[in-house]
Design a protein around this ligand. Structure first.
Ligand code: 13P
Length: 248
């Protein structure tokens, strides 16, 4: 049995006061949760996450990082800085970064390398848009996104990474992929990687993300190749997030 991981992606939400309440609420419910649970918070709140969560049942991470180690990159944050604040995970290649901030497959692959070089576990996001799904190129798109990372890092690097399948059309839209649609893509990903390294593919945690809620998490997480979730909106309320975590 693969381990299950549920990660909250807060995106650009929160305040010191709201986060305090949310983290307290989630921590209070952790004794009923078997899966590993992470929260990926906005950069300014990493210190708060570290202070509140160090030694607790929750781990934390960031939502992005620079592909560069240091230097004249105004506004950017390096992997080593994230490590300084105790991050275990960092989301890499989220579709919002790809679509809104011009992150190409190549840049995403560089960020993946930078994260691992600093000892962070990248949560690598892949997924197709609605147009791509409707034109029947879902697998081709996901293969291209994966190939870019495997070409730079080698398939062995996925032993220290997590994958998240996030169909862009299901993110924040309330439209979830059906358990069968999600399972099909997860099985495709695992099969593709198994052709390169069966043991890495078998052990790889592949999360599903896209409108996961308390009322649909259990059927998604029951699929054989779905190993937990990357949760946006539903990670912003403790009760809802805990219900998703308990489903894993
Ligand atoms: P929602 O759960 O809000 O659809 O967001 C999913 C997501 O993008 C997580 O990274």
């Amino acid at each position: 049995m693969r381990r299950k991981l549920v990660a909250g992606n807060w995106k650009m939400h929160g305040s010191l006061a709201e986060n305090e309440r949310l983290l307290d609420g989630v921590l209070a419910g952790m004794p009923g949760v078997k899966a590993e649970v992470a929260v990926c918070v906005p950069y300014p709140y990493l210190a708060q996450a570290q202070a509140r969560l160090d030694g607790s049942a929750l781990v934390w991470g960031a939502q992005n990082l620079s592909q560069h180690g240091k230097g004249a990159f105004t506004g950017e944050v390096s992997a080593a800085m994230l490590r300084d604040f105790g991050c275990k995970y960092v989301i890499v290649g989220h579709s919002e970064r790809r679509a809104l901030y011009g992150e190409t497959d190549e840049i995403v692959a560089e960020k993946f390398v930078a994260a691992q070089a600093a000892g962070l576990i990248p949560i690598l996001c892949v997924g197709e848009t609605l147009g791509e799904r409707e034109s029947g190129v879902t697998e081709r798109v996901i293969a291209r996104q994966l190939d870019a990372v495997v070409a730079k890092s080698g398939v062995g690097a996925l032993a220290d990474a997590v994958l998240a399948y996030e169909p862009v059309w299901a993110i924040g839209t309330g439209k979830t992929a059906s358990p069968e649609q999600a399972q099909d893509v997860h099985a495709f990903i695992r099969g593709k990687l198994a052709a390169l390294d069966p043991s890495v593919a078998e052990a790889l945690v592949i999360q599903y993300g896209g409108s996961v809620k308390a009322n649909n998490a259990a059927e998604l997480f029951a699929q054989p190749d779905i190993d937990g979730g990357l949760i946006g909106g539903a990670s912003l309320a403790a009760d809802e997030f805990l219900a998703v975590c308990r489903a894993a």
